[in-house]
Design a protein around this ligand. Structure first.
Ligand code: FAD
Length: 484
């Protein structure tokens, strides 16, 4: 019997597991995908928002500001890529100028440090990449960009290091409250027992809630698409640039550098059937170019190397839904975690832990909690450090991903971490192999071989990403040589 079973291992489930693993508790996370952080957490703007556009007095506003403060400490401890950069909201006309005042007032009320309105000269001095036609901008120095999947993976791995269990390929399909008072949770072919259940199902949290009879959450699915541009475009700006929200309140298409040195432009917003609809769609996607140019005219869209889309985990309730269910005691909803959910995740987890404590879970702090994680990033080492590490382990002397300078040593190390990556994209999320200009065109087959070798499985069994994404369908010769 587990004390707590968490459904879903995106950034919210991972933060919840990390938070609970500080205490003497048995914790299990069931994730339907074959990797953690494979849902909304891998497809967003990757921004730790300053917190100026959340409604005053909302959970979102409080948890956003608290979450980014906590993120700073967590990223340092767990070795997660994060870079502090300012953000601008830019206005080109009087309607937009008025929007800036409203955002400024909210920023002040939400306790966002350093937020102010600047004129065009100062805006352009601070960020020369901006469109010089702007008439004013809201400047917020306290935002940051982050590696969103690394953030979730780091928290989930640390939870496992501290005794939590993460079960991949475990879709929760039934949750029964038995007369003894605990839950029986069916995930795949297994049944788990737990005293408390936490719903961190992201864009599927309404479906998860329905498993205990909760019919009052309605998931709304708004897709948002992005372009990723090559590293030569990443240097165009050193801030996150938002347009002013439009007349319908749509936040608009932003332009931002990524922690990997690329540039992203997106997202748009259109309705899709469900949270799995993340295919990108032409010609909607192409419209992003016009929006991007309006904010940063210097963008060269011939440098696009990738595109992706994510679905916002909205419900009909305007705020985050963080509550013990009224119809099912000891069932906690962390639902409707739309933007700024990435920014808020560790604060949401603290709120979740408080709710669990409020409904009877005893939180005794562990004496030996391990709150540290470090990984070798070969290309960031000095020449001497690189030579030293190669002399200790020659696998670090073999570069597999040429675009990102990722070595075999880093890939092998990633495969043997607490939550084992089993797909080519899972390796990409662990150590960047395949993230560069060629998008894995060169290193993909090498990563494939290394995965098969280290996992001791046939290359036929290695997937690109989600279940069913096989790369090899049948051997073409010397079938007996395929083996393991
Ligand atoms: C376009 C876009 C831009 C965004 N930009 C930002 C931003 O810049 N900054 C910011 O702070 N936030 C941003 N967000 C919001 C942020 O990405 C989300 O709030 C956050 O990732 C949600 O995390 P999650 O863990 O709740 O969801 P997810 O990451 O989707 O995790 C939920 C997990 O639950 C699993 N699951 C679902 N059902 C089941 C089941 N039955 N059994 C087992 N597992 C299940 C899923 O597979 C998934 O892995 C953005 C979102 C979008 C879509």
């Amino acid at each position: 019997m587990y004390d707590v079973l968490i459904v879903g291992c995106g950034v919210v489930g991972a933060a919840m597991a990390y938070e609970l693993s500080r205490y003497d508790l048995s914790v299990c996370v069931c994730e339907r995908s074959n990797d953690v952080a494979n849902g909304v957490t891998k497809a967003n703007s990757a921004i730790l928002h300053a917190g100026f556009d959340c409604p005053v007095g909302s959970l979102e506003a409080r948890l956003n500001v608290e979450g980014v403060r906590l993120a700073k400490e967590i990223c340092e401890k767990l070795d997660v890529e994060r870079r502090e950069i300012p953000s601008f909201v830019i206005a080109f006309n009087e309607r937009e100028r008025k929007e800036l005042d409203a955002l400024y007032e909210r920023g002040i009320a939400n306790g966002v440090p350093g937020v102010r309105i600047v004129g065009p000269e100062e805006a352009l001095a601070l960020e020369p990449g901006l469109n010089p036609k702007l008439i004013a901008a809201l400047y917020a120095p306290s935002s940051a960009i982050i590696n969103p999947w690394e953030y979730a993976i780091a928290m989930a791995e640390t939870a496992v290091t501290n005794g939590a269990e993460v079960r991949l390929c475990s879709p929760v399909t039934a949750i029964e409250k038995v007369p003894e008072g605990h839950f029986k949770v069916t995930a795949g072919t297994d049944v788990y027992e737990a005293k408390y259940v936490v719903n961190a199902g992201g864009a599927f949290s309404a479906d998860v809630y329905r498993l205990v009879g909760g019919n009052d959450l309605k998931q709304t699915n708004f897709c948002g698409q992005y372009y990723v541009l090559d590293k030569n475009q990443g240097k165009l700006i050193n801030s996150v640039i938002f347009p002013c929200p439009d007349e319908h309140g749509f936040k608009g298409v932003l332009v931002a550098p990524t922690v990997h040195g690329n540039l992203i432009v997106g997202p748009d917003s259109y309705v899709v059937e469900n949270g799995d609809c993340v295919a990108t769609v032409s010609p909607l996607l192409e419209e992003l170019q016009e929006h991007g140019h309006r904010s940063v005219p210097g963008i060269d869209f011939r440098q696009i190397i990738h595109e992706y889309a994510g679905v916002r985990p909205n419900t009909q309730i305007p705020d985050f839904v963080i509550e013990e269910s009224r119809i099912c005691p000891h069932f906690i909803n962390l639902a409707g975690i739309k933007s700024p959910g990435l920014s808020s995740a560790p604060a949401i987890a603290k709120e979740g832990a408080k709710l669990l404590e409020g409904c009877g879970l005893v939180l005794n702090e562990k004496k030996n909690f391990i709150d540290k994680r470090k990984r070798i990033k070969f290309r960031e080492l000095s020449r001497e450090e690189q030579e030293k590490i190669i002399s200790q382990n020659p696998l670090y002397g073999r570069v597999i991903c040429r675009c990102e300078t990722v070595t075999e040593g880093e890939i092998v190390e990633a495969i043997h971490r607490p939550i084992q990556p089993r797909t080519i994209d899972a390796i990409k999320r662990r150590c960047n192999a395949g993230m560069g200009r060629c998008q894995g065109g060169f290193c993909g087959p090498r990563v494939h071989e290394i995965l098969a070798r280290e996992l001791n499985v046939s290359p036929m069994d290695i997937l690109m990403d989600e279940q069913g994404t096989f790369l090899l369908t049948s051997p073409i010769k010397e079938a007996d040589d395929y083996g393991a």
